[in-house]
Design a protein around this ligand. Structure first.
Ligand code: JCF
Length: 679
């Protein structure tokens, strides 16, 4: 091949990358769209003629790749956490005080940013090259969407090395969004083509990222702001601010409204500023993220199961609107609870059209004196179900009608019952089709088996036609049966069969969530999966063992033992396994791995705690030590490696000194928990 051609290709790749970044990252185009297109066309020609010049990170690679059959899933090397929410200055002050206490310091600075309402993703760069992109998923595993993410113009395919050398490995997290103006244009286009409209930019972004055909994604106006760090090797940061500056140097788009290294007071002032700016921003935000700026402090604070202790989201107040209650309907939930739901005259609240709102239960309706025909105040906070806050009394005409809870299930007509000290009215017929439908919907929902394309209507149809009588029936549905259903084509039937087959491999925590055990939501399911290697061990665990799990609570442990003591429930599980459901548990392994790999002074050590700790409870200290692979025991012996002595330590301290065992004070403990790597 002509050396000149090779040089030309290299030059075009470099220039196009540069100009694409000027346009999509820096919002500062230096050449016209036409000039850009001409260069891109020339590069495509060359790469078609000489495919060996078509490198992985060539700008031509942003047009999409051949379609996939389905997305693969992959574990996150470090869990992708979400954020706790704060709703008031007081919540933020409490957060701040917890941090000061935890770190035993008087001063902490923060870096704050607008909280983007998009789709979180993680990008993995090895030697500076984008090798994998994943969705957040459940925080522990996500779907691999590399081809789709490569089409996003503000995502660098290769980290820019002009200002800084990329590390051997870095995982960058951020939010994929669609700008308001692009969203409007996209929907206009869809309207013209007679396609369904997206409800909001976030749905459009999520839908675009979930395309199996990345050529479709390539046509969607996606953008990404980078803000977070996953795993990194060969690079270190002192502060969040420094990390964000590095991201900019690497060519990422970083939000321009970030404030770095400010005090709590300044952060609270900025929250007000952001609220004022919100209507003028070209993208949707729903609050402000506050992060401890110093990375060593972040590490010392650590994380809880689903969120870090060093960051919090200060949400904007819920938006309110008024509407009219046209009717009150009663829904029957998964556990048989009858929930009254207000049918509202459609109204836009915080960018979303709301036409129903939950009224919770009978007592709530009486307390708020809600009647059919009332003019009411409706709120919607983020992704929570809209609520009726209160009746606008001055709008009463006298024609409003009182509502009465039915005494028979609106679906199966069995009598309902209300337990003495509960607010819920329940249909007690466990065979009620409404309950079965809701149980199935819960089973296949995003946090459960996550079966794509099995929506509400279809579940109803499957139950009504007796095709699905329990969870296991889902796995024996055949393409021909599905294709014969109303509004189901051959193709969508096949897609559904594929999606169900794909869902058969499931993590223990998702399975536990899917079963719909009382008091066992996502969080409890994760706690259980961290404790038990597999389902058999959990099924045979006794009440005491369950109660000892930190964070599970008594209600949770009781519900779980009760659930597994019922023969029908055990039978359902047998049928699921018989249908080919395969359970894995990477949470348990995750914990085991971290035990083995830890190179911490406390790993594999035997430790005794004594006396009173001031900055944490004994349980918290135990958990922290066990997470590092330590064995925490109660008696001091020659096998004890460390004694941690809090205030008023007594005989154990004396014994430890006698045996020449290393004694640590609480401040040593905190320091070593945070920094205790053996270097
Ligand atoms: O903008 C966001 N939606 C956002 C989410 C920004 C952040 O800095 C985040 C986040 C979720 C978790 N940081 C964490 C740790």
């Amino acid at each position: 091949m002509d050396l000149k051609i090779k040089e030309e290709a290299r030059r075009l790749q470099k220039e196009l990358t540069f100009h694409s970044r000027q346009y999509h990252v820096l919002d500062d185009p230096l050449i016209s769209d036409h000039e850009y297109d001409m260069m891109l066309r020339r590069l495509k020609e060359i790469e078609t003629l000489f495919p060996e010049l078509s490198v992985e990170d060539s700008p031509t690679k942003r047009i999409g790749a051949p379609p996939l059959e389905s997305f693969e899933s992959a574990p996150h090397t470090l869990p992708m956490l979400s954020l706790d929410n704060a709703f008031s200055d007081q919540d933020i002050t409490d957060f701040h005080n917890r941090i000061l206490k935890n770190l035993e310091t008087k001063k902490v600075l923060y870096t704050v940013e607008p909280k983007l309402d998009g789709v979180a993703v993680e990008l993995r760069y090895e030697e500076g090259i984008l090798v994998r992109a994943t969705t957040r998923g459940d925080g522990f595993r996500g779907e691999v969407i590399t081809d789709n993410v490569r089409t996003i113009r503000s995502v660098p395919l290769r980290l820019d090395r002009d200002k800084k050398n990329p590390p051997a490995l870095i995982e960058v997290r951020g939010e994929v969004i669609i700008f308001e103006k692009d969203f409007q244009a996209l929907n206009r286009q869809r309207l013209e083509k007679g396609e369904s409209l997206f409800a909001n930019p976030r749905n459009a972004a999520a839908g675009s990222l979930r395309q199996l055909d990345s050529k479709i994604t390539a046509k969607r106006p996606l953008a990404m702001f980078a803000y977070g760090l996953g795993q990194v090797q060969g690079m270190d940061f002192n502060t969040q601010a420094e990390f964000l500056e590095t991201l900019e140097a690497f060519g990422f788009r970083v939000n321009p409204h970030i404030r770095k290294g400010i005090s709590l007071k300044e952060a609270l002032v900025f929250y007000g500023r952001l609220q004022e700016m919100r209507p003028d921003l070209d993208y949707e935000i729903d609050g402000m993220v506050i992060k401890v700026d110093r990375i060593d402090m972040q590490r010392a604070l650590g994380e809880k199961i689903k969120s870090p202790r060093w960051a919090i989201a200060y949400k904007f107040p819920a938006t309110q609107e008024t509407s009219t209650i046209n009717d009150i309907r009663v829904q029957v939930g998964r556990t048989g609870t009858l929930t009254p739901v207000a049918e509202l005259a459609p109204v836009r609240v915080g960018g979303v059209t709301v036409s129903r709102a939950t009224l919770h239960n009978e007592d709530e309706i009486i307390r708020k004196d809600i009647r059919i025909g009332d003019r009411v105040l409706v709120v919607r906070a983020g992704d929570v179900i809209p609520k009726v806050v209160k009746v606008i009394d001055s709008a009463r005409t006298g024609d409003e009608k009182e509502f009465c809870m039915p005494r028979f299930c609106p679906v199966c007509n069995s009598p309902v019952s209300r337990l003495p000290d509960e607010a819920a009215v329940k249909c007690i017929n466990s065979g009620c089709p409404a309950q079965l439908k809701e149980r199935i919907r819960h089973f296949v929902s995003k946090k459960g088996f996550d079966v794509d394309g099995l929506g509400k209507k279809l579940v109803e149809l499957l139950v009504d036609k007796d095709l699905v009588k329990d969870f296991a029936d889902l796995f024996s549905l055949e393409q021909s049966t599905l294709a014969a259903l109303d509004r189901m084509g051959e193709k969508s039937a096949q897609n559904l069969v594929n999606a169900i087959r794909h869902a058969k491999r499931v993590s223990l925590n998702r399975l536990l969530f899917a079963l719909g055990i009382d008091h066992t939501g996502e969080n409890a399911a994760m706690l259980l999966a961290r404790e038990f290697p597999g389902l058999p061990e959990l099924m045979d665990a006794d009440q005491l063992r369950l109660e000892s799990i930190h964070g599970l609570g008594e209600k949770g442990s009781t519900a779980i033992t009760r659930f597994f003591s019922i023969p029908e429930n055990r039978a359902v599980i047998q049928r699921l396994l018989g249908a080919g459901v395969e359970i894995f548990n990477d949470l348990y392994r995750l914990k085991e791995d971290s035990r083995e790999e830890q190179d911490h002074v406390f790993s594999a050590k035997t430790i005794v705690l004594t006396g009173t700790l001031e900055t944490m409870t004994r349980d918290e200290a135990k958990t922290a030590l066990r997470d590092l692979g330590a064995k925490v025991t109660s008696t001091v012996s020659s096998k004890t490696d460390f004694l941690i002595a809090g205030a008023k330590a007594g005989s154990k301290l004396a014994k430890a000194k006698n045996l020449n065992i290393t004694v640590l004070e609480e401040s040593d403990l905190i320091h070593m928990l945070a920094h205790g790597k053996r270097d």
